[in-house]
Write a protein that binds this ligand. Structure first.
Ligand code: ADP
Ligand code: MG
Length: 244
């Protein structure tokens, strides 16, 4: 899908956010970008989204650059319009692309249904829990049927029980939607639970240190699975060594 080759990004003031970063993303990958705060995870995600440009290196898309709607972006804050209903929040990206309401509604409702919010179409963000607001945000990202879903610490502000539910539900959404997910997190547990490919990043300058592949088939019982514990231990050791 996308090849990131030797990308570097230096911000004004001289902060080298990324150095010589290379990563290939394929169709249906689930990649976790894992690392401590400030190691350049969000910077890399913004470069992939085309929200920022690299100072060196290049990004090559198979079959040409993405068109609007090919990329979905989910932030840590749900960033919903507070005065608009869940339905209208999810409709927004289609409205911005000129789609009529009547034409869009089946897709809007399907996206809300997919994230478990059937019946909450008319609710405003203020009436929803943090987890439900994040579900609306994910539905809004899915409604354009993106090929690539970029998620920047989307569950970091949620309580642990809600986070576990959303992680499990995200995996189901990913399997159904058949898109590629790049998921930024600073949680080893989260990366190990979700991702097929765990990409370790280290700071100053931000770079990709190594990648660990997972063969777990995550399900509800996975958190109790010794294979999951072993993967968490492997990633923890690798991260500690990379940061030493
Ligand atoms: P992460 O998401 O891993 O926490 P970021 O990609 O946000 O890290 O930031 C990497 C580094 O670049 C940090 O030192 C951060 O302060 C710096 N940085 C990020 N964005 C900007 C910006 N727009 N201007 C200047 N420095 C920035
Ligand atoms: Mg960040």
């Amino acid at each position: 899908m996308l090849t990131v080759s030797s990308v570097g990004r230096v911000f004004p003031g001289g902060i080298e956010a990324l150095r010589d970063t290379s990563l290939r993303m394929d169709e249906t990958d689930f990649i976790a970008l894992l690392g401590p705060s400030g190691c350049g995870k969000s910077t890399l995600l913004r470069l992939i989204a085309g929200l920022d440009q690299p100072d060196s290196g290049r990004l090559d898309w198979d079959g040409g650059p993405p068109v609007p709607g090919d990329i979905g972006y989910v932030f840590q804050d749900a960033t919903l319009l507070p005065w608009a209903t869940a339905e209208d929040n999810v409709f927004l990206p289609l409205r911005l692309r000129g789609m009529a309401r009547a034409e869009a509604m089946p897709r809007v409702h399907a996206a809300l249904h997919r994230v478990g919010l059937a019946g909450f179409e008319a609710a405003r963000p203020g009436a929803l829990s943090g987890g439900m607001r994040m579900r609306v945000s994910i539905a809004r990202a899915l409604v354009t049927r993106p090929r690539l879903l970029l998620m920047d610490e989307p569950f970091a502000a949620l309580d642990e029980f809600t986070r576990h539910r959303l992680q499990a539900d995200l995996l189901e959404v990913w399997r159904e939607a058949g898109c590629t997910v790049v998921f930024v997190t600073h949680s080893i547990y989260e990366a190990a639970f979700l991702a097929r490919r765990i990409v370790l990043m280290t700071p100053r300058p931000g770079k990709i240190e190594r990648e660990i592949r997972s063969s777990l088939q995550p399900a509800a019982e996975t958190r109790l699975d010794p294979a999951y514990a072993a993967l968490v231990a492997e990633v923890s050791r690798a991260m500690a060594a990379a940061l030493a």
